[in-house]
Design a protein around this ligand. Structure first.
Ligand code: DGL
Length: 260
């Protein structure tokens, strides 16, 4: 039996998770759902996102996926518990990687960058209360990164100026790590590196989510090997050639960001 996995994000951010999943699962068929009709999620309400996420999950179920990865921190914060209560297949989410970042922080500060919705949701407040006993984590919203990424603007002066403005109050040498708490932010690692030189580390949740999925597939004996493939849908419509060429450009850019 061919294993099909649904991967869902508001847009191109989840490609950073897909890329990790493709490395870990060479025999799987992926169905990628980018909710381009409703991106950005981070500035919308929880209730709206629950509706969008439900539509995406229903579409992916029609494609007969065996598991779904919500490759979006914002949709995970707003909707994962509702989705898990409604559907029986495994639904994995993303969590800002502040726990691993704090484990190697040696008492230095950690900066979490995410969308406004992720930062205000109770899910993050509970995580911080549990893992940040020494109050080392600072929170910063970067909503325009999502818009820039969706426009394919990864390196412009406007992007760098925004980055400097938003992060003006943080002294790079006080930080051990910057946590990328939104899957769209992986596109800006080179820009962020100009503001946070080494040894500051960039930490994201992509590998952790990929490990969790491998584990679930192993448990369910679903790790059979066929040929890997990916089919892309834009809010339920097959991606056209222009959208596919943009996706390929994004995957190439993410590949270049991997070593940063
Ligand atoms: N990629 C998303 C995340 O990980 C959401 C970005 C958005 O649509 O605002 O949070």
């Amino acid at each position: 039996m061919k294993v099909k996995i649904g991967v869902y994000d508001s847009g191109i951010g989840g490609l950073s998770v897909l890329q990790e999943l493709m490395l870990a699962l060479p025999g799987v068929e992926f169905i990628y759902y980018a909710d381009v009709d409703h991106v950005p999620y981070g500035e919308k309400s929880r209730e709206e996102i629950i509706c969008f996420a439900d539509l995406a999950v229903r579409f992916l179920l029609e494609q007969q996926v065996q598991a779904i990865v919500v490759a979006c921190n914002t949709a995970t914060s707003a909707a994962i518990s509702t989705l898990r209560a409604r559907y029986t297949l495994p639904i994995l989410g993303m969590e800002p990687a502040i726990k691993p970042a704090l484990q190697c922080s040696n008492g230095k500060r950690v900066l979490l960058l995410a969308t406004p919705l992720t930062l205000r949701e109770a899910k993050l407040q509970h995580l911080i209360a549990e893992v940040d006993k020494a109050h080392l984590v600072d929170l910063q919203a970067m909503p325009c990164f999502v818009r820039f990424a969706e426009q394919g603007q990864f390196h412009t002066d406007e992007v760098y100026a925004y980055c400097c403005r938003q992060l003006e109050k943080y002294q790079a040498d006080e930080y051990s790590a910057v946590v990328l708490g939104c899957t769209h932010f992986n596109y800006f690692k080179d820009t962020l590196r100009r503001r946070f030189p080494e040894p500051v580390r960039f930490v994201d949740g992509c590998q952790g989510t990929s490990r969790n999925l491998v584990h679930i597939l192993q448990e369910q004996r679903l790790l059979e090997y066929g040929e890997q493939s990916v089919v892309y849908y834009m809010s339920g419509r097959p991606a056209d050639s222009q959208q596919l060429s943009f996706i390929n450009k994004c995957l190439q850019h993410l590949h270049n960001m991997r070593e940063i």
